[in-house]
Ligand binder design. Structure first.
Ligand SMILES: O=C(O)c1cc(=O)[nH]c(=O)n1[C@@H]1O[C@H](COP(=O)(O)O)[C@@H](O)[C@H]1O
Length: 292
């Protein structure tokens, strides 16, 4: 088994800064780069991003949809790129947003197994089928040293329609966060009472050897932070920067200092390509602003 994802992520962030760059080969971006919307164009785009950034940023987050739309040839491009990205020291977070009943979830979780052709370090997952449905992925992540990021308060404008709905006293988004907090608390299983937040509020959710492997997705576009992340014990993936309007100031306003936040940017960095120096400079601008 690899070291737990949370520890590996904390190490990568200490060495490279917290930035995650999303690899999202949108058709208009391919066109901007002078590339065709074909598996060959996809490969040239992906290879350029991996070559420029895999030795440079902590996390790369390929969006699976852009590869699946090219069928098996698209997936072959991604398989090869993921191997090279990990060899260059980047952690790979596969943006798959999967979620299904337990037996199928178990198969999706195989992305976290080293023998999978598209083996990655972590996976985005959707909790819509209920917290228990994700348990097979939690079990696999614990076994292999993988990580999960669960959609909690997403960056899209109408996310609150479902995520603000109430389950008893809490919003759906808060129930998701509390579930993930449970996963980061040893010995807690679905169905147990949730861990007492008072006991974990101050000790968890920061970068360090104890950073948990289970994180949540909370958009940088929120008007206000309407979920309590205290005691989460794991990282927060924050999308929505740049193209969706979020800024580093928004990250500070929403999350403050000291929390384990992984800001993720796709279009705002990728637009700088295909020149590798320009891609790195675009990522460096975000890293510098995040450190400032
Ligand atoms: O899980 C994600 O990464 C994600 C969650 C979310 O709430 N919002 C969101 O935009 N994303 C993803 O983050 C990327 C954002 O891309 P840019 O808006 O170009 O930076 C896309 O791949 C989205 O699928």
């Amino acid at each position: 088994m690899s070291a737990p994802f949370g520890e590996r992520l904390a190490g990568a962030v200490a060495a490279r800064g917290p930035l995650c760059v999303g690899i999202d080969p949108h058709v208009p971006l391919l066109a901007d780069w002078g590339l065709p919307d074909t598996p060959e164009g996809l490969a040239r785009f992906t290879d350029a991003v991996v070559d420029a950034l895999a030795g440079h940023v902590a996390v790369l987050k390929p969006q699976l949809a852009f590869y699946e739309r090219h069928g098996s040839r698209g997936l072959a491009v991604l398989e090869e790129a993921v191997v090279r990205a990990r060899a260059a020291g980047a952690l790979v977070l596969l943006d798959a947003k999967r979620g299904d009943i337990g037996s199928t979830m178990d198969a999706y979780a195989d992305y976290l197994r080293p023998e999978h052709p598209l083996a990655v370090d972590a996976l985005t997952v959707s909790p819509y089928l209920g917290p228990g449905s994700l348990q097979p992925a939690v079990d696999t992540a614990r076994l292999t040293g993988g990580g999960l990021f669960v959609l909690a308060r997403t960056s899209n404008p109408d996310a609150g329609t479902f995520q603000h709905a109430r389950v008893g006293e809490r919003t759906v988004a808060q129930a998701v966060v509390d579930t993930v907090r449970g996963w980061n608390t040893p010995a807690w299983v679905v169905g147990d009472p949730l861990p007492d937040i008072g006991a974990v509020r101050d000790v968890a959710g920061r970068w360090g050897p104890g950073t948990g492997s289970f994180g949540v997705v909370v958009g940088a576009t929120l008007a206000e932070l309407d979920v309590d992340l205290d005691g989460l014990g794991g990282p927060v993936l924050a999308p929505g920067l740049g193209a969706q309007g979020g800024s580093v100031a928004d990250l500070r306003r929403l999350f403050g200092a000291g929390r384990a936040v992984v800001p993720t940017v796709s279009r705002d960095v990728l637009r700088a390509g295909p020149d590798p120096t320009a891609l790195r400079a675009a990522a460096d601008r975000w890293t510098a602003e995040l450190a400032g």
